[in-house]
Ligand binder design. Structure first.
Ligand SMILES: Cc1ncc(COP(=O)(O)O)c(C=O)c1O
Length: 371
């Protein structure tokens, strides 16, 4: 599939200059059709497709597991990233201090604070860079967990998960990742990265719409007694409908408790199929190439780039400097150019369905604001 063909699957990006995937990605025609098919089947036939829906859920679970290099038993579908991070925070109670990064997306740290974990914060560099020596210095004998995002939502800095995973392994830390700003944009290998918990929402880079995400739980944490919430589908034999004794499956699906959100899972499944068809390595390379072009154009227009210049840490997110980002974002929106404001700048996101013309239009409109 070439890039114009891929773009054509996202009708919304032809109506506006859409550079806001970090806020929320557009749906593709395929994900919309997959979600809609569930509602249409239910509308036409009631519940008679229930078995087929459950089979499709397991097929998507398998697909997601392959994408992450995990087993289906390590994957639970969730409504959002926060749910998966809460699962991690609950299951890690009593293990020791948590090392986290100041200014992370709140869902990465609030679940730990809510449950009374002791959290130590390290401060990243201005461009979002995290230094292993700094983490090393901040970790104490009692540190047990490192909780970070794959791609930082404000700076766009893409952490090297392999390097952080090696650090965790060497120090015996549990590695918790919020992958929301990278899932669907860059490859993720939970085994190679020694991840223990990885949670994501699929409405951004995985273009699957709201209310669907997943959490990966590594084998060593698949311990039923530690699961924070259970329901009928948590049972080893759910269809026995036993209610007077507890036999929870060690499988991560136990964390789903009850019925999965069919429409969301099917939309995610269609997105995973699309990513597989295009190729995640091609998508990642396309994002890096478009980001390089964006930086060149901003440089040429004399507009400051606050994000990292190191391509090995770049993501789909770039932050451009502006005196009054809120005002600029409002003025750009009025011209059909959609970006967002974060921190001291304008957050611009490029995904594979964007093209150079989008970037040219954005930079021209931004320059015209005199920002
Ligand atoms: C890093 C990160 N995690 C999570 C979320 C969203 O969390 P949730 O899926 O729980 O709504 C965002 C949204 O911007 C984010 O940037």
């Amino acid at each position: 599939m070439d890039w114009p063909e891929a773009r054509a699957l996202f009708p919304s990006v032809d109506k506006i200059v859409y550079l806001n995937t970090a806020g929320g990605g557009p749906l593709s025609e395929r994900s919309a059709a997959a979600g809609r098919a569930y509602y249409e089947q239910s509308l036409a036939d009631g519940d008679i497709h229930w078995d087929a829906w459950l089979e499709r859920v397991e097929a998507v679970r398998g697909e997601l597991a392959r994408f992450l290099n995990a087993r289906p038993a390590n994957i639970a579908f969730t409504a959002n990233a926060s749910t998966g991070l809460n699962v991690a925070a609950h299951m890690l109670r009593g293990r020791g201090r948590v090392l986290a990064v100041a200014d992370e997306f709140p869902s990465c740290t609030l679940p730990f604070l809510q449950l009374g974990h002791d959290v130590d914060f390290v401060t990243a560099a201005a461009d979002g860079a995290l230094d292993i020596d700094q983490l090393e210095a901040a970790a104490s004998e009692t540190t047990a967990v490192l909780a970070v995002s794959f791609v930082q939502y404000k700076s766009g800095f893409r952490n090297d998960l392999e390097c952080l995973g090696a650090f965790c392994r060497q120090r015996g830390l549990t590695f918790v990742i919020d992958a929301t700003q990278g899932f669907g944009a860059f490859p993720i290998d939970v085994a190679a990265n020694h991840a223990d918990f990885l949670s994501f929402s699929a409405y951004k880079w995985a273009t699957s719409g709201y209310s669907i995400g997943a959490v990966y739980v590594s084998d060593r944490f698949l311990v039923p007694a530690s699961y924070p919430l259970v329901g009928w589908r948590s049972a080893r034999e759910p269809y026995d409908l036993t209610s007077d004794s507890l036999d929870v499956t060690p499988d991560a699906r136990a964390l789903e408790q009850g019925h999965p959100p069919f429409a969301g899972v099917f939309a995610l499944g269609a997105s995973l199929d699309l990513v597989a068809e295009i190729g995640i390595d091609r998508i990642a390379a396309r994002i890096v190439e478009l980001t390089r072009y964006l930086h060149q154009r901003l440089d040429a227009a004399g507009i400051g780039v606050l994000s990292t210049r190191d391509e090995s840490h770049q993501s789909g997110i770039t932050v451009a400097a502006a005196e009054d980002p809120g005002d600029v974002v409002r003025r750009l929106r009025a011209e059909g150019v959609i970006v967002s404001t974060r921190g001291a700048g304008i957050r611009v996101s490029v995904h594979y369905y964007n093209n150079r013309a989008d970037i040219d239009q954005f930079v021209a409109a931004l320059a015209a604001t005199g920002a």
